[in-house]
Design a protein around this ligand. Sequence first.
Ligand code: PEP
Length: 248
Amino acid sequence: MRKPFISANWKMNKTVDESVDFMKAFVPFVKDSLDVEIVIAPPFTSLFILNSLIKDTNIRLAAQNVFYEEKGAYTGEISPSMLINVGCSYVIIGHSERRQYFFETDEIVNKKIKLARRYELGVIMCIGESLSEREAGKTFDVLKRQVVEGLKDISSNGIVIAYEPIWAIGTGKTATTAQAQEAHEFIRKELQNIFGDKAQEVRILYGGSVTPENIDDLMACPDVDGALVGGASLKPDSFARIVNFKRR
Ligand code: PEP
């Protein structure tokens, strides 16, 4: 049985004060939600303070990015040991916005995952096709390449995959449950080729305009094990409803 995994991705939103306000309001909504792994990925600047607020709760922290070197002259970058030190359990790697705006390739994604895993950080690896790739019938080629190259020489331990069709991110255009299930099933088959039976233990999240209105249907898909949530994770009540999705 794969434990459902619901993660917020705040992107470049919320100051320290706003992050604290969110967490104080959010904790009571989810304190009894013990059958879901709950993760919040705030900006780097809020990690330290949120770590003190989530002690003794069922909420875990993720960073939104990490660098692939341990330390040194890399102005502006953050290392895995720094993330561990501020209480991160996970790190998001290869988000489509990082791939698109910061030119992260599958090779860079792979290097980041390798170093993060060496420090035992859990990894949420994002993959997903663009609209033009989907329309050209290349969705499965893209997903296969991202899975195979991103996970090269990596074991399944601590790996979570987020399938995020780029055309659904922040657009209000969610994939249908059929599209999500089809992609997740394909990804699991690719994971089976890489990890063997361990692929059955890997959580595959859906991301792309997840809301309180569509989470129940998405979670009813057999290969959808959770969600990575952007916009709808910014308000405590909205994100809490997603965490407390209704089982079908
Ligand atoms: C995301 O950024 O990972 C995401 C899925 O965003 P949104 O939920 O806003 O589409």
